[in-house]
Design a protein around this ligand. Sequence first.
Ligand code: H2U
Ligand code: ZN
Length: 345
Amino acid sequence: MFNEPHRRLNPLTGEYVLVSPHRTQRPWQGKVEAAPQDQRPAYDPTCYLCPGNSRAGGYKNPVYGNTFAFDNDFAALLPDNSGSTGLMPDALFQLEPEKGLCRVVCFSPRHDLSLPELSLAEIEAVLRTWTDETRSLSANPDIRYVQVFENKGEMMGCSNPHPHSQIWGTEHLPNEPAKELLKQREYLQRYARCLLEDYLIAELQRKERLVVVNDGWVALVPFWALWPFETMVLPMKPFRTLLDLTDADRASLADLLKRLTTRYDNLFGISFPYSMGFHQAPFDEEPHPEWTLHMHFYPPLLRSATVKKFMVGYEMLGTPGRDITPESAAERLREMSEVHYRTGK
Ligand code: H2U
Ligand code: ZN
């Protein structure tokens, strides 16, 4: 691969990333984050997500034994938002109402565990809950997109270490899926093939960016990865949404997620922070033959548990960039053990 500065195209968004492999030797005298504290009790009486505890607005959590989903008490979107009528279309001042629903999904009653520390059966239960939530949100005629995501770790601004994720159902397509829809549609029209299906076939042949492969799913560092240890999870079968998965597909995805997130935790010996989520086809009554269900993991860490990547300066004003190549990041992740450093399992 190139050792000189180059740019790579992200075919899913149409945006470029600048790769500067020669810069990895540069000394770091900038911000060092405090290593996150990993010691937590199994139950925290002050946690608003632990079983039996109180939440905002006087709600009390049930003594749940598995996963637990509820309406976000501080939802960013509201279901009955009819908006102000009579808005004038204006080229420079466009505004429209947005309806939506925000859910919170706890992975486990255990306050001290995270995804890689759960059993395969427990991860399957999380996948089932995400699927059930997607089904009920998408049944609402006002909801055309369902975004499942987890924001993990203090470094990512996550407010609570209790393992949880969020699901937002919205009337409009969010920015990122909107870009991906356009690009996947263009590719299908041009090549009569799915962009991500072709991409997966090519990556399975090249092998240099693969991280974990099982019978149903692949985790890889995409050729155009922007975050140092960014990965994508792609299915071997042509799934469009979470609703297409069988129990067996969920079992194999649980296996892949456990192995991938264990490698992440082992990389710097900490509970690895990230934002991750699914990009599924919109629920707008269209068939979406262009779409391939996939996941993105965007971790902020660069070279240790305490040095994170800042997306600033030229990256905000020009083009985002990276130093370590996607190929070397994939190699580092491939070298990691699939035995978790903390649990020994
Ligand atoms: P994050 O840390 O990922 O933001 O998730 C916590 C969510 O939980 C956050 O969106 C919600 C916040 O609005 N929340 C409740 O729904 N009830 C509460 O009592 C506190 C926090
Ligand atoms: Zn808790």
